[in-house]
Design a protein around this ligand. Structure first.
Ligand code: TYD
Length: 228
């Protein structure tokens, strides 16, 4: 390795906004056009111990039982803490070691997912607080999509639904995401229209990432990229 620090890029958006597709397309393109830069694709919830538990909870496969023997869903504030714990584990075991070693790490979701989704069950300020040790990425890409479009994409591509994949919840998360974008102002943010074809979105993701990673600012097109 060169000893040069790498980059950490995050792609965010509502369920069905195409974050998983875009992290993959970005990694493929970077590998083919710049094979000298190693790329790692990752996601939250992570594949670590806390992330695996979270995935079980999201699928409704974990129920809790009170001291009086009544079953009830897993507590949502406890879940917010699990997401924050998973994030720090993810940073410590995957993101930071790879970035230190010169890699480009692209994560499907990060702190803004917690700010948007967990703020529906607890104050956003508290959610920000429990995530304060998570380091800011070098670039945040937000894929904007109306919740109804996201939900219909989810329904068309997957059989069961996870606990947050309801019309009511995602409608509120859509609004909360806008507020969440105001957090961590120091992070460069690129907001894209996620309703377009995956190829069109991928092109804009590529332009944004090149600006940060390969410092090709001449490619900037103010009409297509919304920097805040
Ligand atoms: P998702 O990206 O949809 O994973 P998959 O496509 O594998 O199901 O993420 C799972 C859900 O977790 C999604 O509804 C968003 C939610 N989530 C939070 O509520 N808070 C968080 O901090 C993160 C990372 C995800």
């Amino acid at each position: 390795m060169s000893g040069r620090r790498g980059f950490f890029v995050v792609i965010e958006g509502l369920d069905g906004s195409g974050t998983s597709t875009q992290v993959q397309l970005l990694a493929e393109r970077m590998r083919s056009e710049h094979p000298d830069l190693p790329v790692a694709v990752t996601a939250e919830p992570s594949s670590g111990p806390a992330g695996s538990l979270i995935r079980q909870i999201l699928k409704g496969r974990v129920t809790t039982v009170t001291a009086l023997g009544q079953s009830q869903p897993f507590d949502r504030k406890a879940l917010a803490l699990l997401f924050a714990a998973d994030r720090l584990d993810h940073v410590a075991c995957e993101i930071e070691p790879l970035v230190q070693a010169g890699w480009l790490v692209v994560s499907d979701r990060y702190v803004w997912s917690s700010l948007a989704y967990q703020s529906l069950d607890a104050p956003m300020e508290w959610v920000a607080q429990i995530n304060r040790f998570a380091p800011p990425p070098d670039l945040l890409i937000m894929l904007n999509i109306p919740h109804a479009v996201g939900l219909s994409r989810v329904n068309a591509t997957r059989p069961g639904r996870e606990i947050f994949e309801t019309e009511e919840f995602l409608a509120k998360a859509e609004v909360a995401y806008q507020e969440a974008m105001a957090e961590w102002r120091a992070t460069p943010v690129c907001i894209l229209d996620g309703t377009r074809s995956k190829e069109d979105v991928a092109e804009d993701v590529w332009v944004a990432v090149r600006q940060i990673v390969l410092k090709t600012s001449s490619l900037a097109d103010e009409n297509r990229l919304n920097w805040i």
